[in-house]
Design a binder for this molecule. Structure first.
Ligand SMILES: [Zn+2]
Length: 377
């Protein structure tokens, strides 16, 4: 059994230990401050005698350090944790206990899932919670931080005599994490000494999950980083919209109304262009091809159809840019089918149609399209 230094002192970031065994870059020490992967939390990283610790796993009470190189067996080595990473995990894991304790005491739901990685923390509860309920949980959780409640981690002599939250039905060697006046829970991970170290608890999102709810939350440094990201975004949007930061949602709503209004006006103008073109366009030719900027496929179909109705023959209309033109072509079925066969055979065309109308995209330049269609003519 490896002596778990993090059990007694979660703030120990450097330690000395003896190498008991080392094979294929996997070392066992007599004691360690490296917390192995477990209970939803990823393993600590850092260095042992300058050699990088890539992963840490526990099996039957022995802790295995996965290293970049082998260590000398029997040697006394110095371990140092990536403390910033470990403290970040402590802030978040301890914050999770506070949230879970409050959810349990207010609504009676159990924490049935927990995941803490370098970038994300999720927790699953056995019942659904509304946004209002989560805001209440968050407010109470931050009050626990503000009163700087103490965390006490211990192995009770008689766990059966204690009431505590636990995912597993453990009765032996149970490690209890107790938050003064807030929660008591079985947990093997290192925690902060006092809730003030967590800094801030912020619940971000939630969704339905297996009959309950999944939450995303950030604590401590992560909450500050999240705030900074959102602040940066808001500031950029506020400059773009020429609106004070606390009014950007209203400003966006106004923009959407303006855009919808413009779309409606543009639609009207395009319909007028289609009507004018249909009225004024005259030709004796049995085939014509028009390029019309800014038309969507429906508008192209409308124009091709109305030109064909007026002039007969085959009427093609295209809109777009070199190497990606949308097209609609209208004509009498038989003639159109044979024209479209030639069009498809000579250009890079995607599309088709029936009943006297074909449409799609042609991935060629205007010059190439005109060259070929003159020949087809
Ligand atoms: Zn825990």
């Amino acid at each position: 059994m490896t002596e778990k230094l993090y059990d007694k002192d979660s703030h120990l970031s450097e330690f000395e230990a003896k190498v008991l065994s080392c094979q294929d870059n996997v070392a066992v020490l007599d004691k360690t401050a490296f917390f192995p992967e477990g209970g939803g939390q990823t393993a600590d990283t850092g260095f042992i005698d300058g050699i990088r610790v890539l992963d840490v796993q526990e099996k039957d009470g022995t802790i295995y350090h996965y290293l970049e190189k082998d260590l000398e067996v029997g040697k006394t080595v110095k371990g140092s944790l990536n403390w910033e990473e470990r403290f970040d995990k402590m802030q978040n894991h301890s914050g999770e206990h506070i949230i879970s304790g409050i959810v349990h005491s207010l609504y009676g739901y159990d924490n049935v899932g927990f995941h803490l990685s370098d970038s994300e923390m999720t927790m699953d509860f056995s019942g659904m919670l509304s946004r209002e309920q989560l805001l209440r949980v968050e407010a109470l959780a931050n009050k626990v931080v503000w009163r700087n409640a103490s965390f006490n981690c211990y192995y009770p002599e008689n766990p059966r005599s204690l009431e505590y939250r636990s995912k597993l039905d453990l009765t032996e060697n149970v490690r209890i994490v107790e938050i003064d006046g807030c929660d008591r829970c079985a947990c093997c991970a290192p925690h902060v000494n006092t809730a003030g170290e967590i800094g801030m608890i912020k619940i971000l999102d939630f969704c339905k999950n297996k009959g309950g709810v999944r939450l995303w939350a950030v604590c401590g440094k992560r909450a500050l980083e999240d705030y900074n990201n959102r602040y940066k975004n808001d500031a950029e949007i506020s400059v773009l919209l020429c609106s004070p930061q606390n009014e950007i949602a209203e400003a966006v709503k106004k923009q959407i109304v303006t855009i919808d209004d413009l779309k409606y006006q543009i639609g009207g103008l395009k319909r007028r262009i289609i009507a004018d073109l249909s009225d004024t366009f005259e030709t004796e030719k049995p085939f014509t091809l028009l390029f019309q900027d800014g038309f969507d496929i429906k508008e192209l179909q409308l124009l091709a159809d109305s030109l064909h109705k007026k002039l007969g023959g085959i009427r093609a209309v295209l809109s777009g840019n070199d190497n990606e033109y949308a097209f609609a072509v209208c004509g009498k079925s038989e003639k159109l089918d044979s024209w479209f066969k030639g069009f498809k055979a000579t250009l890079n065309v995607r599309g088709g149609g029936r009943n006297g109308m074909v449409q799609g995209t042609v991935l060629n330049t205007k010059e190439e399209i005109l060259g070929v269609t003159n020949e087809l003519d």
